[in-house]
Design a protein around this ligand. Structure first.
Ligand SMILES: Cc1cc2nc3c(=O)[nH]c(=O)nc-3n(C[C@H](O)[C@H](O)[C@H](O)COP(=O)(O)OP(=O)(O)OC[C@H]3O[C@@H](n4cnc5c(N)ncnc54)[C@H](O)[C@@H]3O)c2cc1C
Length: 431
């Protein structure tokens, strides 16, 4: 095989882009095909009536090591692109109001002091939460058997406000899967790398710009500057073996990376019998929706913190876009995972969010502009013991990349980036 032979990547989501960036850095010519008009996949910018927003409000955390490295690799400074804030989880509407704010102390004191100083939880709950984290650390975040987050929290004696306002919302935010159905082991992995890591790992990173300008646009430019190509509006419908390589799109490639979501794989692989076991595995996957409701209020609206928890019955999280990207007065409500909110029409959903929001921050006029964006298959449902394929496939030279292949992680940007990097490393190792 030609050491510098071309690689074709199908899909310019964050996984495909990460893979292409790594390969381009190593001097490999790479061609990326993307079906959509823009790169970014499930984390992309959208232009709506003159507002530049995202298909879904995303949250990054300090633990996103590979994401931060790749943003730097493509020539950008993540600290300039994102606002870094010490972790603060606040539910002003619970009775009593809940607030956990981690102080700027070295690990593990930041967590110990933060938990003990949390407002809205009893001392017993706080001590129990600190002990739970200590036990987890001693067991190196490995569970004897995977179960649901809800059962695990029961077994570990996690109840009350800390459970309702910390563990359960964290589970929903990170795994997009309700605690009653979510994998405890994957949640433990998330805790290992965030609350169990260095203080910086727990920081919230909130984009100061739309998602396209956090990574996809810079990655595309970097790929082009390193001799690669990105073809937008180019859906790949099939590919063929060509000697030791592949005929795909208009090119011949030594290696082919399918960086598409799992539900798109059957269209590409169904005619290749070697992949029947993979396709049967992926057929067991189910998916979770996420909606982002953007409501524009008077431009002087400011939330006490750019991200606030809402205690329902409908709202989950609200973000102050004005404090982040300068869209003054714009707030983004995020609703994750199958739930009652998903049965509501947009108008009804907005009305309820507006009502709950005014109960939280005080009277406000009817929003001057509103839009709900629903992603029906935002993430795979992160169930216990969910089988996860790796990057290699049954055919040499054919690789997978995408959040679902990063076995350690739920469907996240960091999982997508890590999977893309791993696919690139696998290709480079074989040359
Ligand atoms: C609304 C929403 C909110 C989210 N919030 C967060 C968050 O706060 N934090 C976080 O870390 N993660 C979040 N996620 C998850 C994160 O966005 C995803 O895990 C990540 O973007 C997945 O990237 P990917 O590259 O694996 O897949 P995708 O983004 O799905 O990329 C696959 C690409 O392949 C393209 N494609 C498919 N078929 C073909 C074909 N035949 N030919 C050519 N191209 C093709 C698609 O158009 C797409 O661009 C959220 C997701 C959504 C939808």
């Amino acid at each position: 095989m030609n050491k510098a032979g071309r690689v074709a990547v199908v899909g310019a989501g964050w996984a495909g882009l990460a893979c292409a960036v790594e390969l381009a850095t190593a001097g490999i010519p790479v061609t990326v095909y993307e079906a959509a008009r823009q790169a970014g996949g499930r984390a992309r910018s959208v232009a709506l009536d003159g507002h530049t927003l995202d298909n879904g409000q995303h949250l990054f955390v300090g633990a996103y090591r590979e994401t931060l490295r790749l943003i730097r690799l493509v020539g950008e400074n993540p600290e300039a692109l994102m606002q870094r804030l010490p972790l603060r989880i606040e539910f002003p509407a619970t009775k009593p109001a809940f607030r956990l704010a981690l102080p700027q102390l070295p690990a593990p004191w930041h967590l110990a002091f933060g938990l003990l100083a949390a407002r809205g939880a009893t001392l017993g709950e706080k001590i129990s939460a600190a002990r739970f984290m200590q036990r987890l650390k001693r067991r190196r975040y490995r569970l004897a058997r995977d179960t649901t987050v809800a059962d695990w929290l029961d077994e570990e004696g996690q109840h009350g406000a800390i459970r309702r306002c910390l563990w359960e919302p964290l589970c929903l935010a990170a795994l997009t899967t309700a605690p009653a159905h979510a994998s405890a082991q994957i949640f433990a992995n998330v805790l290992r790398d965030s609350l169990g890591g260095q203080r910086e790992a727990t920081d919230l990173l909130l984009a100061r710009t739309d998602l396209g300008r956090v990574f996809p646009a810079h990655a595309a430019r970097y790929i082009a500057a390193h001799g690669g190509e990105l073809h937008l509006c180019h859906r790949i419908t099939g590919f063929e073996r060509d000697g030791k390589g592949w005929q795909v799109g208009d090119i011949q490639a030594d290696d082919l990376v399918l960086a598409v979501p799992p539900h798109s794989l059957p269209q590409l692989l169904a005619h290749r019998s070697a992949h029947a076991p993979l396709l049967s595995q992926l057929a067991t996957y189910s998916y979770e929706p996420i909606a982002t409701a953007y409501l524009a209020y008077p431009k002087d609206l400011r939330l006490p913190f750019p991200m606030l928890g809402m205690a329902g019955p409908t709202g989950q999280w609200v973000f102050d876009r004005g404090a982040l990207d300068g869209n003054a007065g714009m707030v983004a409500f995020v609703l994750s995972a199958n739930g009652d909110w998903d049965t509501l029409e947009d108008g009804e959903l907005v009305q309820r969010l507006h009502h709950e929001f005014t109960a939280l921050v005080g009277p406000l006029p009817t929003p001057r502009w509103q839009r709900v964006i629903r992603e029906r298959r935002a993430t795979f449902s992160c169930h216990p013991e969910l089988p996860r394929p790796g990057n290699e496939t049954a055919e040499p030279g054919l690789w997978l990349a995408g959040d679902y292949t990063c076995a350690d992680y739920p469907a996240t940007l960091e999982g997508a980036i890590r999977s893309g990097v791993e696919a690139a490393r696998g290709i480079l190792a074989g040359r």
